[in-house]
Design a protein around this ligand. Structure first.
Ligand code: MN
Length: 206
C-alpha cells in the first residue's frame, strides 16, 4: 500500500514564501487524500499494490478500466506531490543560484536563451493554466527541455516526458496566503527551488 513520503523539512521551513498552515493542510489533507483514495482504488488488486507509483503512472493505459481514472487522478496526485515536495527547499538553502549547477544551467541557457527568459516562459505557462493543474519543466520524448502544463493531476509521465521541475497551481496550494494572486505565489516559489535536486535528476538522464 502507498504511504505519504516524509517531508524533508518542517511545515514552517518555507516561510515566508509558502506559509506553514498551507503546507500542513496541503500535505496532511490533500496529499494524504490522494494516497488514501489510491489505496482504496487498488484494494482488490494486490499485484498493482506492489508496483511503484512511477510504474503505475507509466502503465495507465493497460490498467483495468474500472480503476484507470482513479489511478490517473489519485495516483497522479500522489506522484505529483511527492515530486513537488522533493524539489522544494528552505530559501536559505537555495541561495546558491542555478548558475552553480553546471549541467542544469547549461541546458536551460541553451534551450531558452537565458535563465530569465526561462523564468518568464515558465511563469507564463503556470499563470495561464486554466483551473487546476501543474506547470512543468520536462525532458520531452525527443530529449529536449520543454515547459508544459497539465490539467488536474495528470503527470508528465503520461506524455512520455521526464519531469525536472513541477509547480502545483491548484488553488489549494496558495489560496490561504495569496488568495486570487497566483502570480505572487509563482514569484515566491522561485525562491524555494532545490536546484541541487534538479541537477541530480538532470545528470541521471542527459
Ligand atoms: Mn496540491
Amino acid at each position: 500500500m502507498f504511504t505519504l513520503p516524509q517531508l524533508p523539512y518542517a511545515y514552517d521551513a518555507l516561510e515566508p514564501y509558502i506559509d506553514a498552515l498551507t503546507m500542513e493542510i496541503h500535505y496532511t489533507k490533500h496529499h494524504q487524500g490522494y494516497v488514501d483514495n489510491l489505496n482504496a482504488a487498488l484494494k482488490d488488486f494486490s499485484e498493482l499494490q506492489k508496483k511503484s507509483i512511477t510504474d503505475l503512472m507509466l502503465e495507465l493505459e493497460v490498467l483495468p478500466e474500472s480503476i484507470r481514472v482513479a489511478v490517473r487522478n489519485q495516483g497522479g496526485g500522489h506522484y505529483n506531490h511527492t515530486f513537488f515536495w522533493s524539489l522544494l527547499a528552505p530559501a536559505v538553502k537555495t541561495e546558491r543560484a542555478i548558475s552553480h549547477y553546471a549541467t542544469c544551467a547549461r541546458l536551460i541557457n541553451q534551450r531558452f536563451g537565458s535563465f530569465q527568459k526561462f523564468q518568464q516562459e515558465f511563469t507564463q505557462v503556470a499563470k495561464s493554466r486554466f483551473g487546476s493543474g501543474w506547470a512543468w519543466l520536462v525532458v520531452s520524448p525527443h530529449g529536449d527541455l520543454e515547459i508544459i502544463s497539465t490539467p488536474n493531476q495528470d503527470c508528465p509521465l503520461m506524455f512520455e516526458c521526464v519531469p525536472l521541475l513541477g509547480l502545483d497551481v491548484w488553488e489549494h496550494a496558495y489560496y490561504l496566503k495569496y488568495q486570487n494572486k497566483r502570480v505572487d505565489y509563482i514569484q515566491a516559489w522561485w525562491h524555494l527551488i532545490n536546484w541541487a535536486a534538479v541537477e541530480d535528476i538532470v545528470k541521471q538522464i542527459v
